[in-house]
Design a protein around this ligand. Sequence first.
Ligand code: SAM
Ligand code: SF4
Ligand code: SF4
Length: 346
Amino acid sequence: MNEALRGMSTPDAFGRAMRDLRISVTDRCNFRCTYCMPRELFGADHAFLPRASLLSFEEIARLARLFAALGVSKLRITGGEPLVRKGIEQLVGLLAPIPGISDLSLTTNGSLLTADQARRLKDAGLGRITVSLDALDDATFQAMNGVGFPVRRVLEAIDHAAAAGLGPVKVNMVVKRGANDHGIEAMAGHFRGSGHILRYIEYMDVGTTNGWRLQDVVAIDEVLARIDARWPLEPIVPNYPGEVARRWRYRDGAGEIGAIASVTRPFCGGCTRARLSAEGMLYTCLFAAAGTKLRDLLRSGASDDTLRDRIAGVWGGRRDRYSELRSQATPAIQGRRKIEMSYIGG
Ligand code: SAM
Ligand code: SF4
Ligand code: SF4
């Protein structure tokens, strides 16, 4: 669509346009990753969102159309675990044809990604998929996913995604010191030459339940130095300005890797992402302490114009740059009650 014809939102207070929307479709998950939903704190008595408070697929699609009209061109479906939401391919089918959307993707732990499910998602119009996998050995992976889920099944899910045409599959590895950092080279060795793109993610202080400590973060420079020592790397120029993941290729032609270094190399200056929670809260930062309720407005019969103005107003007033301020010892930063990753949508 001609950009001039779309009611592009005004940039935020720091001149950043709104380009991406992450849509969380559920706060539930069948894993209990230690860095996201530690099982001690997300036990049987944990109160997840009630069904009635979740946005329906039609409500999500309506909002997504309005975001697209304001300039969003990339949508990512996430959670919690998006594949635990029944009939998720129906949502994909509603989002894929929205004018202005050029990239529709989904992030999953892979546990429910059968060959059939991957094909259904592809047929519904999904473009790409990211599968999370933190280790190649069961002892490490099972300790990290908190439910004893085996590595083999996630590797199969990655194959199903590629076979369905949802590749190149991105594989997210959250690196946590003392937990899985011994597997950095093994993961690189496994995915080199596979056509899949491994991305190393610095362990982040999202939410308030994962007991995050700076000393548990493995800086991306350390990760790269270790891989480069084994298989020399060279940087790749970003695909587009503000790309969150930085990229390197193996000099021997065995493909590329990515890195998301939110802790040691914050990228707030180019952050063009909005987030919609499963119950219709709009957040303008992964580390937000508060959001804007769109669901009630949506359900009160508000017109598209009213909703669009509300979204544009929120974005226009955005001043988020948490990762750049993280090290500051102010109460607003250190004492912030942040929303959990499983709720806000990673
Ligand atoms: N359940 C899906 C999954 O795990 O892929 C989608 C939601 S999950 C919240 C999205 C991504 O966030 C995953 O790749 C996960 O590993 C990552 N993640 C969760 N908690 C994190 C943390 N504390 N630091 C860095 N990445 C994290
Ligand atoms: Fe679930 Fe994904 Fe969080 Fe792990 S990272 S607990 S799979 S939502
Ligand atoms: Fe964007 Fe917030 Fe992350 Fe900065 S801290 S890159 S503003 S989500």
